[in-house]
Design a protein around this ligand. Structure first.
Ligand SMILES: [Zn+2]
Length: 327
């Protein structure tokens, strides 16, 4: 899946809107300053006429005159800043405003798409359609411990479902808090309906709200998409793979519900491995036991997971049934 022309135009239009919006803010600010500190009008006129001269000298290759002009502009700018600060404005009040300073709201840096463009594309192609509606209902604010019992004890670990979910919840919060500084991955496993998807949705919501690019796929959708890109004739295949390998967070939900074959096994390894190399976080959830995981997806995939992921086992009764009973 890559951007079609109209989607591409949609994104470019948002950049135009951002630029226009920020220019309007700046115009208003300028007017405020001019009203309060009229000297600034005069200084700005001087600066712009010097800048024109500067450009001319640059064309003429006159290096000395150029540095002299620069110094004059610097002094005038400083004078302007001092006047503004004295009048109670912040020093950078008239600096250009950008939502993304990296590309100055153009979407491109040296003809390469900026990270903010890639995020917008992912948002448009995957996030909006796949997950945004669900996230209104499933997030940290709506998360509840009341479906987890202290009496439901996992015989293997000796821990109650309540204590396991509390730890998992804590880990999920840490995952979000340290997302910018630490490379982490989560592997959530356990029976059906114990809140694995809910927990990854909580994380997704937080990170999307913080402007990270998040792609959510069920395992079935992921392999389907990878197959289309591998076997399809679509020119945009590389771009699609790039999104899967490069988004800030990839969520693979319900691993094991797809029809496993040599293609899915090799693609899962590729995907996991590639994202580890790029230090991009992944969350995998599955109903499979660890034994079945190894048998289905090969030992090398499993060992990449165990050595790079935090393994969280959730236990309990099926919450979807419990919710119905309790409501
Ligand atoms: Zn940008």
């Amino acid at each position: 899946m890559a951007l079609n022309n109209s989607q591409y135009d949609t994104i470019l239009r948002t950049y135009e809107q951002k630029q226009l919006h920020n220019r309007n803010i700046l115009d208003k600010r300028q007017q405020n300053v001019y009203n309060k500190v009229p000297e600034v009008v005069f200084i700005n006129e001087q600066i712009s006429s010097l800048s024109v001269k500067q450009a001319r000298k640059l064309l003429e290759g006159d290096a000395n005159a150029l540095s002299e002009l620069r110094e004059q502009v610097r002094l005038l700018s400083k004078q302007k800043e001092d006047l503004m600060v004295q009048a109670g404005f912040p020093a950078d009040y008239l600096e250009p405003i950008y939502d993304c300073p990296d590309c100055k709201d153009t979407g491109y840096i040296n003809n390469q798409k900026c990270h903010c463009f890639r995020k917008a594309a992912i948002d448009l192609l995957y996030t909006q359609s796949n997950v945004k509606n669900i996230l209104q209902d499933e997030n940290f604010d709506t998360f509840s411990f009341r479906y987890y019992s202290e009496n439901h004890v996992d015989p293997k670990t000796g821990r109650s479902s309540l204590s396991t979910i509390k730890k998992a919840h804590q880990t999920a919060l840490e995952f979000v808090d340290t997302f910018n500084t630490e490379f982490r991955n989560l592997f959530l496993y356990g029976d059906t309906g114990v809140g694995k998807t809910f927990l990854s949705n909580c994380i997704a919501k937080e990170l999307i709200d913080k402007s990270h690019s998040v792609i959510y796929f069920t395992a079935h959708e992921l392999f389907d998409t990878l197959a289309k890109s591998k076997f399809g004739k679509d020119e945009s295949a590389d771009e699609m793979n790039e999104h899967i390998f490069d988004c800030d967070l990839l969520i693979i939900d319900d691993l094991g519900t797809e029809l496993a074959n040599s293609f899915t096994v090799s693609q899962l390894f590729l995907c996991i491995n590639e994202r580890i190399l790029r230090r991009k976080s992944t969350i995998i959830s599955t109903n499979l036991s660890l034994e079945t995981m190894v048998n289905t997806y090969s030992e090398r995939t499993f060992s990449r997971i165990t050595s790079n992921y935090t393994m969280l086992k959730l236990t309990g009764d099926d919450i979807r049934i419990k919710k119905k009973l309790m409501n």
